[in-house]
Unconditional design. Structure first.
Length: 291
């Protein structure tokens, strides 16, 4: 069966796997992202994972698809606030003699939602927003992914949700990711994960409830801005935070409707692919490298 190596680099976890053309994940691995050790160590960890996947018994991958966060071109991982790298050439991520395609993690995941997210008919205008260590967005207009003039559209996490807020690693202040990313939600409550904050909020903890509501309010403000500008028919929430289910979607819909008083808000639902969207998006990159 034809397959590719797919790697999705996140600020907390590097997901890798062998994926068939129909989207079947033949093998899947998760490894921690060693970003505390510096960007070079993350690049080395990606390279090691790719080599290990290629060496699996019976594996015969034909290409590598690599999805990374931040600003990305087909030849370079230009910048990532979450990881700290700058201008890393695509070739630095592997020593294998295989075609390699480098792409943006969120746009690739959005592409996978279009290709494999078959739980409902997907409209032509969609905003896909995975929420994990950071926040970004993939925009589908008229059925096609939109990258912007430089290919860097979708940096939702750096919308200044609170312009007078704290400094962000990107150099701005009050960025959305400081309030609504899973890592920020956990840190503001002194927890190891956003899931713990959601649980505490559901149990009536007032501190957790305030942090959770503040995060959803900031996220809704950013989504309302995107809605007023772009008029998507559907907003898809992905990433690890989408596992919160109704605890996320119900309040978020209410906050969003409250900010769009004169018009109907777009539908909001969880990703059909969940946390596998990024890996499947990386696989699509790999198969396109064979074209």
């Amino acid at each position: 069966m034809q397959c590719v190596i797919a790697v999705d680099v996140g600020g907390t976890t590097i997901k890798g796997g062998l994926v068939a053309r129909d989207g079947t994940i033949l093998h899947h691995e998760r490894r921690p992202t060693p970003r505390a050790d510096g960007p070079d160590r993350v690049v080395a960890a990606v390279s090691a994972l790719i080599a290990d996947l290629a060496a699996r018994p019976g594996a015969a991958p034909e290409a590598v698809g690599l999805a990374v966060p931040g600003l990305v071109t087909p030849t370079h991982a230009v910048y990532s606030a979450a990881i700290g790298w700058r201008d890393v050439p695509a070739g630095a991520f592997t020593t294998l003699d295989l075609p390699l395609a480098l792409g943006h993690d969120v746009r690739s995941a959005g592409d996978a939602e279009l290709a494999y997210g078959v739980t409902e008919r997907t409209p032509g205008h969609v905003l896909y927003v995975p929420i994990g260590t950071g926040i970004a967005g993939a925009l589908v207009l008229n059925g096609s992914l939109y990258g912007g003039a430089s290919g860097w559209a979708g940096q939702l996490g750096h919308i200044p949700a609170r312009p007078a807020g704290p400094s962000c690693a990107c150099g701005q202040r009050g960025c959305l990711t400081l309030y609504a990313s899973a890592s920020a939600i956990a840190a503001r409550c002194g927890e190891s994960s956003a899931a713990d904050v959601v649980r505490r909020a559901a149990e009536g903890d007032p501190v957790a409830a305030e942090v959770w509501d503040d995060a959803l309010a900031a996220l809704a403000t950013a989504l309302a801005t995107c809605t007023l500008l772009l008029d998507p028919a559907l907003i898809v929430i992905g990433g690890g935070l989408s596992r919160a289910g109704d605890a996320l979607l119900g309040p978020l819909r209410e906050h969003l409707a409250g900010r769009l008083t004169f018009r109907r808000p777009p539908r909001v639902r969880a990703s059909a692919l969940g946390v596998d969207a990024g890996l499947l998006g990386a696989a699509l990159l790999g198969f396109r490298a064979l074209a």
